[in-house]
Design a protein around this ligand. Structure first.
Ligand code: SAH
Length: 246
């Protein structure tokens, strides 16, 4: 089952980092742990990137966004604010209470603490934005039917999803180009993460990185068509997903 709950402030490491940065308090490292990788960290300032500092894939996604827009997992609100500045109508949702608080203080007109997969969440959107490895929120490949079901409920006719992701294949490739993946195992883009900021430890969560071909396959299975819009420099890409007309 896909998680459809919300975070509480005591288990919200990223939101806590976002709040410290926004209030100009001293920030610490936002640490990321995974059973599959070495410890890593997310520079907190990156979560506040301006339009000029955004990678090309994200800027393309913003340019393509039209009508009533939903920013899923909006974080500090960087994309929502860039769109609002262009006069667009955007709803921002996030499971992090501290991030939603900061978004409101930064001037996001419509920021709400909502889990995308909450059954009570409804709306009608022309563009659904999922950025910064937006496919992550789907968690695991087995959640694809539930994800696309939700998308069908939320999309207006003619609407689309704009999502970025990365193919993690390069992590499993040997120098000679051979590929060491256990085909009987889980899909190689299914990662578990846990974050920590100061003394605040988050729960472990599933995060999905997906290659475009696998995304296309699952989209098709669930009545959507995937289009490759742009490729980034490091196995990353932007995809547009549209319901297939029946
Ligand atoms: N889009 C932002 C933040 C990306 S980090 C940016 O590009 O900077 C991913 C965000 O998704 C986090 O803020 C996390 O709290 C939120 N999130 C994770 N699962 C979610 C869900 N099911 N529904 C809504 N938001 C979710």
């Amino acid at each position: 089952m896909i998680a459809n709950s919300l975070l509480t402030p005591d288990k919200d490491p990223m939101g806590s980092a976002i709040a410290d940065y926004f209030h100009q308090r001293k920030t610490d490292r936002l640490r990321v742990f995974s059973s599959q990788f070495d410890e890593d960290e997310i520079p907190v300032s990156q979560l506040f990137r301006t339009l000029q500092a955004m990678p090309p894939l994200e800027r393309t996604a913003l340019k393509m966004s039209s009508g009533h827009i939903l920013d899923v997992g909006a974080g500090s609100g960087c994309h929502t604010l860039a769109l609002q500045a262009r006069g667009k109508k955007v709803d921002a949702i996030d499971i992090s209470p501290l991030s939603v608080e900061v978004m409101k203080l930064r001037g996001v007109h419509n920021a709400n603490q909502i889990n995308l997969f909450d059954e009570r969440f409804c709306g009608s959107y022309d563009t659904i934005l999922m950025l910064m490895n937006g496919s992550g929120i789907i968690g695991k490949l087995e959640n694809m039917p539930q994800f696309f079901f939700k998308m069908k409920q939320l999309l207006n006719p003619g609407g689309c999803i704009l999502m970025d992701s990365s193919d993690l294949r390069y992590l499993f490739e040997d120098e000679d180009g051979s590929f060491v993946i256990d085909l009987a195992g889980d899909y190689y883009g299914e990662i578990d993460f846990r974050m920590q900021y100061k003394e605040i430890e988050g729960e472990t969560f599933d995060w999905l990185y997906i290659d475009f071909q696998t995304l296309s396959f699952h989209a098709k299975q669930n009545g959507f068509q995937a289009e490759l819009i742009q490729e980034g420099k490091h196995y990353d890409y932007l995809a547009k997903l549209t319901p297939i007309q029946q």
